[in-house]
Design a protein around this ligand. Structure first.
Ligand SMILES: Nc1nc2c(ncn2[C@@H]2O[C@H](COP(=O)(O)OP(=O)(O)O)[C@@H](O)[C@H]2O)c(=O)[nH]1
Ligand SMILES: [Mg+2]
Ligand SMILES: [Zn+2]
Length: 311
């Protein structure tokens, strides 16, 4: 057991939620505490690194009932976006140490946004998280309409779970997909993330938090990510519907490998370093033209490639 300045009893923990000057931390003992940060231990770090994010593993000390975060452990994974509004490119870590990504898309109300879903999946691929695609609100749309979408993501190698939080279909499958893991749920606001979490574990306390979220407006850090611990120890991060989801640290020429269904095909492109857009003999584009690869996924690739190239 480590000691800090003579303080005995330093414990390991994980940050569940960040507030303005307080962090909710679950200790390895299972106890959840509110902790502040020992500022001087972070004093030498650059500003961005000083910031704790949901999922961070930390060392916490206790004295006279007050818990203090003494140190942040190295992050095993980081799901990141480009910090919106920053003049220079900066990273904003959305959640640390997760191992699974669940992209929640709404099939109707709000309408399905393939571009956004693919953007999320690229970020998750880059973070080397395993990804699952949830197509929620199947009660609002005919299966014949969403079946091709499901097929596209299965072809890409993702597990696809059609769900309805209203009819409670697919909830068991989703629950099984995240069990025992640390999963991040992400998708546009209104897709049904909170509803699905409530369906997975009624009595999660999610409502309490939603009340807090309303009354405590502006009190949270900008990302507003909260991690819930399910009864069996599964960790689920609920993320807000980000208005901007800029890719961070991804170069245009390495975008193709972040579309898993392109990887094998790419080896058949005529030119090494093929960008799969104007080049003749491009095996990826030809597969799209033959209808073997999903047109929308390819469209997402092209849009992202162009955005990354224009920087
Ligand atoms: N019809 C239908 N409505 C849903 C479903 N899931 C969620 N909703 C509704 O969609 C709205 C947004 O849900 P919410 O869980 O707050 O979405 P979040 O912003 O992703 O957390 C709420 O009015 C829910 O009742 C679903 O499967 N079918
Ligand atoms: Mg929600
Ligand atoms: Zn190509």
């Amino acid at each position: 057991m480590k000691t800090f300045d003579g303080i005995e009893g330093v414990m390991r923990g994980q940050v569940l939620a960040c507030f303005h000057d307080e962090w909710e931390v679950v200790l390895d003992s299972g106890e959840t505490v509110r902790a502040s940060v020992r500022a001087r231990h972070f004093a030498d770090m650059p500003k961005e690194e000083k910031l704790l994010v949901a999922g961070d593993r930390v060392d916490v000390s206790e004295s006279a009932g007050a818990h203090v975060i003494e140190e942040r452990l190295p992050r095993e994974t980081t799901l990141s976006r480009r910090l919106p509004g920053a003049r220079r490119e900066k990273e904003q870590v959305i959640v640390a140490n997760a191992d699974t990504f669940v992209g929640v898309a709404s099939l109707g109300a709000p309408p399905l946004n393939r571009r956004l879903l693919d953007r999320y999946l690229v970020i998750a691929e880059d973070a080397e998280l395993a990804s699952t695609v949830v197509l929620n609100k199947t009660d609002l749309v005919e299966e014949s309409e969403w079946a091709p979408v499901a097929r596209a993501y299965r072809t890409a190698g993702y597990e696809v779970i059609p769900t309805s939080a209203v009819e409670l279909t697919g909830v068991e499958e989703l629950s099984a997909a995240i069990r025992g893991r640390f999963a991040v749920l992400a998708g546009p606001s209104g897709a049904g993330k909170s509803s699905l979490l409530n369906a997975i574990e009624p009595g999660l306390g999610l409502k309490v938090r939603e009340v807090n979220r309303k009354t405590g407006k502006g009190k949270h850090t900008t990302t507003n990510v909260t991690i819930f611990r399910l009864d069996d120890g599964t960790l689920v991060a609920d993320t807000p519907g980000f208005r901007e989801l800029g890719l961070w640290r991804i170069r245009p020429e390495e975008l193709d490998v972040l579309f898993p269904e392109f990887r094998e095909l790419m080896e058949g492109c005529r030119y090494r370093g093929c960008n799969h857009i104007p080049e003749p003999g491009c095996a990826v584009r030809e597969a799209v033209e033959r209808g073997e690869l999903d047109q929308e996924r390819y469209e997402s690739y092209v849009r992202l490639f162009e955005q990354l190239s224009a920087r």
